[in-house]
Each structure stands twice: as structure tokens, then as C-alpha cells.
Design a protein around this ligand. Structure first.
Ligand code: SF4
Ligand code: SF4
Length: 423
């Protein structure tokens, strides 16, 4: 637990950030959680009002404040559209850290954040063991999407249609790489991220294939840790810092020009939250050089969409919130989707909106997550596309679940997989 001095300093910082909110309510219509629940406490304005009296509220009912605060996807939609430039994500993360400092973590959270995520080797061994036994409690749900569902009544899984853990994760297929820059003259550090590594190794293989095709050198060290976002978004900034430090040490040992990742959530975390919340040096890691892979391909290597009329297959592209809202990256994944010449982008009716995943939000508030995700799945079906694609493995999990439950039977791909097919 944090000491009183530290807590009051954090509360003061939070008060300073909160003064910018004019209570105009313009964030209301755009909040995916409020749109489904209709509760004022779910929208940014309501949460900020609660936080403006946090020191009193913490004494009255800290658990209720924490529960209200956790009913948020951290999608950044409100922040991206706020006329006053309120740093909503920053406020929510700081408030979660304050409440965690006051209330402490549950024993399960302590185990996951402090004992597992900070030990990549142990984490990898446990995931490999789980992968070997997952067939016992699961059965096929949709073969085209590649989802499974629970064989028995399982309270944790409920009615989810989930992607199974990969039989052979990326870190076992390709333990490490250190290849020289080819004719491009560029070398990148490659951070696949946990979900790519353990569920979607094909996405990691697609990145390696694309980089080799473009003659880009790759530095991919062994035993990479999680980017830290699960811990930070639960208010556990010490474990977050431990994971950042582990990755910084690994990547500082190599020479490279850009650090790239195919995970929107990892990119946003590493670029924006590492420098803000890590209590230590970032070594050789320059956050401006951390890029989403599609951003690297388009902005650095000059990959362009193929504009001939021969492109046949319409693909519904879902904008990950962490790319679109946090990093303003939306044109590049579409360009990569179209670069191979086989696919064209089908825009999803309803415009860009959150898929409802939100990391631990999906675990704690599955029905709400599902209500938001089902609307997205129905809009994808209405787009007339033959498949869905996105640029974040966490969104891929949610889209696969929702489309599978909606019996859409359309593959869910990463845009990098579609581009790699053409090379
Ligand atoms: S967060 Fe921004 S949009 Fe929402 S009420 Fe405050 S000022 Fe208005
Ligand atoms: S971050 Fe997203 S879910 Fe959270 S309050 Fe803002 S719009 Fe709503």
C-alpha cells in the first residue's frame, strides 16, 4: 500500500488534471459503456465528478468508487473528442493507482501482476502447460473463425467463443533473431506482445516475413516481458515498472532504428505510458521511434495501397481504439490491407467504435463487453465484407468471439497477415 504522503501527492496531481473538465457532457454520446448502460456514473463526466471529491469518497466507500472507475474500457474515445483536452486516460490511470494504493490488490491480482507477468520464463512455461490441457474443457465452436467454447458449464468461460492458445507459441517457433539490415539500411527491434506470441503466432510470422521481404534487419531478444498494461490499468504501477525495466534492458542490448509491434495496445502503452509512468530510465529506447508495424511499413518504408481494380475481396476493417484514438493511426493499416492487391477495405456501418474488449474489462464486465461487441459484429456483417480484419490481437479475440456467437462464419485476420499472403 502507498503511504499517506504519496497518496496526498497523487490526489493533488489528480485535482490539477480534473480542473480542465467543464462538465459539458459532450463525451456522453460517444462513450460505448454509457451508450449501453445509460448510467451517468459510466460516462466520463460522471466519473470525473466522482473523482473530484475522491479524498472524501475514499473515506466513505472506496470500493464503490473503484467499481465505478473500472466500468471503463480505457478506449480513449472521450479524450479524443473532448473540446477541453481533458487527459481522461491519464486521470483514470492515476485514480486507479490511488485506489489501489489505498485498498491494495486482491490475492489473484498480486499473483498475476507481481509473480507471473514479471517472470516471462515462468509465464511461458505455465501457458505451455495450459495449452496442452485446453482440449479437455473445450470443443469447436466455429471452424472458419477458429473459435472454441466450453465443453462443460464453466463460470469463467461462460458463453464465450474463444481462440485457443497456440500449440506452439511464437517464442518457441522463433526463439530470437538478430539479423543485419539489408538493402533498406534499416534494422528494427521486434516486440510481438503477449497475445501475438501465445494466441496468434501467425501474426508474428507474418511480420518476420514482411520484414525479410523489405530487407529490414530484425532484433528480437528472448524472454520479452509483457508491455505492462494489465498491471497499470489495474493501478499496479510497481509491477508495471518492473516489466518496463525488463524490456528496456533487453532492447537496450541491441542496435536498431525503430521498435515495432503488431499490437495496438502494446504500441500505445510503450509510446505514451512507458515515459509517463515508468519509475526509471528508458535506456536506449526512444519512445518516438516506437511504431505500430503498419505505421512503420507505410510511413518509413513507403508501402502503398494497390489501387488497381483487380482487388476483389471486401474486408471489414475495425479501427483499434489504441491506434485510432491514442496514436491517430488509421490510414496506415488500411493501406497495408490493400497493399497486396487482393483485398479492399469495406468500411463498417456505424463508423469507428470500440469493439468492447478493454482487456480486464472483458473479464470483469463480460455482459457489457458483449453488448458493445455484438453491435460491432452486426455492423461488420452488414458491411457486406467476406472477412474482418484489424490491427490489434486483443481486438481479434473480441471480434472472433462476437462474430462466432453471431454465426457470421467469416475469418478474422490481422492486416499484416493479409499483406504477407501476397509476398
Ligand atoms: S471530459 Fe471533456 S467532453 Fe467530457 S464533460 Fe469534461 S470537458 Fe466535457
Ligand atoms: S475511455 Fe471509453 S469507456 Fe471509458 S469513459 Fe471514455 S469513452 Fe467511456
Amino acid at each position: 500500500m502507498a503511504d499517506i504522503k504519496q497518496l496526498s501527492r497523487m490526489l493533488q496531481e489528480l485535482d490539477d488534471l480534473l480542473t480542465r473538465c467543464m462538465r459539458c457532457g459532450m463525451c456522453q454520446a460517444q462513450c460505448p459503456v454509457f451508450t449501453k448502460s445509460g448510467k451517468e456514473t459510466d460516462v466520463t463526466r460522471g466519473k470525473l465528478a466522482l473523482l473530484s471529491g475522491l479524498s472524501q469518497e475514499m473515506l466513505k466507500d472506496p470500493k464503490e468508487v473503484q467499481d465505478n472507475l473500472n466500468r471503463c474500457l480505457l478506449c480513449g474515445t472521450c479524450e479524443a473528442n473532448c473540446p477541453s483536452g481533458v487527459k481522461v486516460t491519464d486521470i483514470f490511470l492515476k485514480a486507479r493507482a490511488i485506489l489501489n494504493g489505498y485498498l491494495g490488490l486482491s490475492s489473484t491480482q498480486r499473483l498475476i501482476f507481481r509473480r507471473l507477468l514479471t517472470r516471462p520464463k515462468l509465464m511461458n512455461a505455465l501457458i505451455s502447460m495450459s495449452s496442452a490441457f485446453q482440449g479437455v474443457f473445450s470443443k469447436d465452436a466455429d471452424q472458419i473463425i477458429g473459435t472454441s467454447c466450453a465443453r462443460f458449464n464453466a463460470p469463467l468461460i461462460r458463453d464465450r467463443h474463444f481462440k485457443k492458445l497456440a500449440g506452439k507459441p511464437l517464442h518457441r517457433q522463433v526463439p530470437s533473431l538478430d539479423t543485419p539490415a539489408g538493402s533498406s539500411g534499416i534494422k528494427v527491434a521486434f516486440f510481438p506482445g503477449c497475445v501475438t506470441d501465445k494466441v496468434f503466432p501467425d501474426v508474428g510470422q507474418a511480420v518476420i516475413k514482411i520484414l525479410k521481404h523489405h530487407q529490414v534487419g530484425i532484433y528480437m531478444p528472448e524472454n520479452q516481458a509483457c508491455c505492462g498494461i494489465p498491471a497499470l490499468s489495474s493501478g499496479e504501477s510497481d509491477a508495471f515498472s518492473t516489466m518496463v525495466r525488463q524490456n528496456v534492458e533487453l532492447f537496450s542490448a541491441g542496435k536498431w532504428d525503430y521498435l515495432i509491434t503488431p499490437c495496438a495496445t502494446c504500441t500505445a502503452t510503450m509510446r505514451k505510458l512507458w515515459p509517463e509512468y515508468h519509475k526509471g530510465s528508458l535506456g536506449r529506447v526512444i519512445t518516438e521511434n516506437i511504431l505500430d508495424v503498419s505505421q512503420f511499413l507505410v510511413d518509413v518504408l513507403g508501402v502503398k495501397p494497390e489501387t488497381s481494380d483487380n482487388r476483389k475481396t471486401p474486408v471489414a476493417y475495425h479501427d483499434p481504439c489504441h491506434l485510432r484514438n491514442s496514436l491517430k493511426v488509421s490510414a496506415q493499416p488500411r493501406a497495408v490491407l490493400e497493399a497486396g492487391g487482393t483485398y479492399k477495405t469495406a468500411e463498417i456501418p456505424g463508423g469507428p467504435s470500440c469493439c468492447g474488449s478493454g482487456g480486464s474489462f472483458n473479464i470483469k464486465h463480460y455482459q457489457l463487453s458483449k453488448d458493445i461487441g455484438q453491435e460491432k459484429a452486426r455492423n461488420i456483417k452488414a458491411s457486406g465484407a467476406e472477412m474482418a480484419a484489424t490491427a490489434c490481437p486483443a481486438c481479434m479475440l473480441q471480434l472472433a468471439d462476437m462474430l462466432s456467437q453471431e454465426e457470421a462464419s467469416m475469418p478474422v485476420k490481422h492486416v499484416l497477415e493479409l499483406y504477407a499472403e501476397s509476398l
